[in-house]
Write a protein that binds this ligand. Structure first.
Ligand code: PEP
Ligand code: MG
Length: 327
């Protein structure tokens, strides 16, 4: 199998019916960067910036952040790289930040990610400064984690504008282009898309969080984490709603949660209309192999019959489709 994955590494990621699929890798540390080339991916769909903060013993300095972001942009070259701003809190604690002192009953629903960034804007501004500096003269793509309402996105984006004004004030070069987007990983945001989408350059679905909130089922608790099948009418209908809204607004949409790295799940994602997925580098080969043998139009039509199923048979139906069509 590994040999076969290598063989198709430089082949196009196109389905049998001619749909071009963008395959991106998730990354977070310098050591991840060579995987982009090795996997033959189209770019970095999710760069988890908090990892640098989590392995450090003190808050990374502006210079240390710039160095890492520079390395990411160098590794990406002409390919896109999407930086996600700090996603800390919840289960991602920084011992030196004194957040650990905060005991929360429900950390996943607590003071985390964009909520911390907006309440402690100096931290986010510092990070944005590093990103804008590293991307001078190049393309910068940034997104925010755990946005639950449009106003949070707007406030975070305003901090980017403030940092841009600061660059100008000091006569420092700007990035050649800037795209700002948001993760969609809190279900409430899915019901504000008509308001949100005109304000963003792209959206990326964080299915790990989105689906734990959708099912009210802790992704880190082994007793319930796998209780609900992601290949279910609820998930597929929800994703279809998001895809339709993004298509109507012409907003690029990616999914960067773990489910995109499993071939059958990835197949279902293409069936609901996603055309960009981001995953761990090792999953690129298997997913590419799958999609190159898939007729996505045929699958889309087949899946029309799955959204209303009253039982847990979606996975079996999808597996049968894959088997029957040699996917
Ligand atoms: C997600 O929630 O799906 C996601 C990609 O972010 P993380 O796994 O880092 O929470
Ligand atoms: Mg998440």
């Amino acid at each position: 199998k590994q040999e076969q994955y290598k063989e198709i590494r430089d082949e196009p990621a196109v389905t049998l019916d001619g749909q071009e699929i963008s395959l991106y890798v998730n990354a977070g540390l310098q050591v991840d960067l060579p995987h982009l080339e090795e996997a033959g991916a189209h770019g970095i769909g999710l760069f988890r910036t908090e990892l640098q903060f989590m392995i450090a013993s003190t808050l990374p300095s502006l210079r240390e952040q710039i160095e890492l972001y520079n390395a990411v942009l160098d590794a990406a070259g002409d390919k896109p790289a999407v930086f996600r701003t700090l996603d800390i809190g919840g289960d991602k604690m920084l011992p030196y930040m004194n957040l650990a002192a905060l005991k929360e009953e429900n950390p996943a629903l607590g003071w985390r990610a964009i909520r911390i960034s907006l309440d402690r804007p100096a931290l986010l501004r510092h990070q944005l400064r590093a990103l804008l500096t590293a991307a001078a003269g190049r393309s910068l793509r940034v997104m925010f984690p755990m946005v639950a309402e449009v106003a949070e996105y707007t406030r975070a984006r305003a901090l980017v504008d403030k940092e841009l004004a600061r660059l100008d004030k000091f006569g420092k070069p700007r990035p050649a282009s800037i795209e700002i987007g948001t993760m969609l990983e809190v279900p409430s945001l899915a019901w504000q898309l008509d308001t949100l989408l005109p304000l963003v350059d792209f959206v990326s679905i964080g299915s790990n969080d989105l689906l734990q909130f959708l099912f009210a089922s802790d992704r880190g608790n082994p007793r319930v984490a796998t209780r609900y099948d992601l290949l279910s009418p609820a998930v597929l209908s929800f994703l279809r709603h998001i895809v339709a809204k993004c298509e109507a607004h012409n907003t690029p949409l990616t999914l960067c949660g773990e489910m995109s790295g499993r071939p059958l799940e990835a197949m279902a994602l293409l069936g609901v209309g996603l055309r960009r997925v981001s995953m761990s580098p090792a999953a690129i080969g298997p997913v590419k192999m799958m999609l190159r043998s898939l007729d996505a139009t045929k699958l889309g039509a087949f899946m029309e019959g799955l959204y209303g199923l009253p039982d847990r048979s979606v996975r079996a139906h999808l597996a049968a489709f894959a088997e029957e069509h040699g996917v």
